[in-house]
Design a binder for this molecule. Structure first.
Ligand code: PEP
Length: 251
């Protein structure tokens, strides 16, 4: 059975006091509620150790927002899979659209990062999705197909089962514009079909596919009710405990 997951991507937000505050609120929430989904966060890398120290019983999964495609060495500013693993981090976002846009990341980079993450026992959350122009010109299914094939289809069946996918249409990220539940479901089913055709239904059914793009307390429930949507990757609305809690309760 695949997992339901709500993951918060904090991006480059919060100073240390604010970050600690929100981490504590999340822990308190988790102690007083039994959500029907896994709760994960991806805080800035500077705060990963603090999160791991606080969530000593793994109450909340802790993810980095990116990791290097290289194992180690002269790569100033980068964080390796090995470093993440060594402090107990659970996994990493890979290929977020902001990494693609501002840092030129491609699906080939993602493929290398995903393999490295898996080799270290980390869970990759592989992000993909089309731009507005690609959707308007009707290329969205083809774009997502290419992304999925290049980033994931060199993996073995055992490896791909450990990947979480986040479909995030670029036009819906941080814009207040959300894909309709039907638009999101169409792409999620498409991704699952691609995986089923390559690896078989059993593998495809095990993979959690999250939706990301302006998920808010008032639309989470409807989005999560779609058959191929197994949760959300949440940006802006993960920065306030009250909003994040309502989204978690969408399950
Ligand atoms: C994201 O950054 O992954 C995201 C989905 O952001 P937002 O929820 O703010 O659109």
């Amino acid at each position: 059975m695949r997992k339901n997951i709500v993951a918060g991507n904090w991006k480059m937000n919060k100073n240390v006091t604010e970050a600690q505050d929100l981490m504590f609120q999340l822990l308190e929430y988790k102690r007083n509620h039994t959500p029907n989904c896994k709760v994960w966060i991806a805080p800035p890398s500077l705060y990963l150790m603090m999160a791991k120290d606080l969530y000593e019983q793994n109450e909340i999964g802790v993810f980095s927002q990116d990791m290097s495609e290289h194992e180690s060495g002269a790569y100033t500013g980068e964080t390796s899979a090995d470093m993440l693993e060594s402090i107990g981090v659970n996994g990493s976002l890979i290929g977020h659209s902001e990494r693609r846009l501002y840092h030129g990341e491609t699906d080939s980079h993602c493929n290398r990062k995903i393999k490295l993450a898996l080799d270290k026992g980390l869970t990759p959350i592989y992000c993909n999705g089309e731009t507005l122009d690609q959707r308007k010109s009707g290329q969205h299914l083809e774009v997502v197909k290419n992304q999925t094939e290049v980033a994931l289809f060199t993996l073995s069946a055992d490896e791909i089962k450990k990947v979480v996918i986040a479909y995030e249409p670029v036009w819906a990220i941080g814009t207040g514009e959300t894909a309709s539940p039907e638009q999101a479901q169409e792409i999620h089913a498409h991704i699952r079909n691609l995986i089923a055709n390559k690896y078989g239904n059993e593998v495809a059914d095990e993979i959690s596919i999250l939706y990301g793009g302006s998920v808010k307390p008032d639309n989470a429930k409807e989005i999560f009710s779609q058959p191929d949507i197994d949760g959300g990757l949440i940006g802006g609305a993960a920065l306030k405990m009250a909003d994040f809690a309502q989204i978690i309760e969408g399950f």
